[in-house]
Write a protein that binds this ligand. Sequence first.
Ligand SMILES: C[S@@+](CC[C@H](N)C(=O)[O-])C[C@H]1O[C@@H](n2cnc3c(N)ncnc32)[C@H](O)[C@@H]1O
Length: 283
Amino acid sequence: MTTAVEPRRQREFRFDRADFDFIASLVRQRTGIVLADNKQDMVYGRLTRRLRALNMNSFTDYCALVASPAGQDELIAFTNALTTNLTSFFREGHHYDHLRDEVLPRLAARAASQGRRLRIWSAGSSSGEEAYSAAMILLAALPDAGRWDARILGTDIDSSMVAHATAGLYDAERAARIPDDLRRFIEAVPGRPDKVRMAAALRRMVSFKRLNLLGRWPVKGPFDVIFCRNVAIYFDKPTQARLYTRLGEVLAPGGTLYIGHSEHLGGAGGRFVAHGRTTYSRA
Ligand SMILES: C[S@@+](CC[C@H](N)C(=O)[O-])C[C@H]1O[C@@H](n2cnc3c(N)ncnc32)[C@H](O)[C@@H]1O
């Protein structure tokens, strides 16, 4: 959700330091996302739409609403407005190569003795491209995947992103990043040349739900693979370390964790073994 920065002098609503501090503190407490001072214009731009939708004319009233029991529903829209959901199919493609070339052959080799169970978690899945990209790799690499108990879970705190991901409908332009040999996993949408849909075989394997990584995790691990990329980058260091520690606890022995290109395991690093660029397994 990117918004053009509105120059301060043309601002439609008064937005002062106290409003920003209140909003930054509330979003940090609810999501872990740290909004630095230079994000004031971004916050103003994104929340102005909420003020208009609610017919409100001041940030002070909006802050009072989200702080009150009557503002519980608005808190969801507030959170959705302040998350950054940038993603794409096959983003940071080296992780998908690693999944195809290293992880899946190992899981296939052990299937005879340990069963054909496979669990992948896309934690902070945004609009779902990460989970569907993994599903395409999986279906292409394991021709008998239909006979596996294979599930891919995508979770995100942003309910509008969970709905988008569940629908599995994308702009055709965005799907141009899907490699030619995997395009059999996308379908045309009748009457909508600008859209593509994820094929039924993918949608059967992938599911999405709303989950706050800071809260309880009602998920069924252990996971053979976890993608948690470009999510912790918005958190402070102690929150990052807590998150990676918890991810290590739901990762299967020998399981793989992929993190984003500018992320670091920090204080949780001792729990993992590095396998090349931003790729780890449980120590
Ligand atoms: C930049 S996107 C990354 C999407 C994808 N993982 C990728 O790398 O392309 C970050 C996502 O993390 C989600 N997020 C932020 N804080 C979260 C939290 N506390 N719990 C769950 N998801 C969160 C946001 O809603 C957003 O969709």
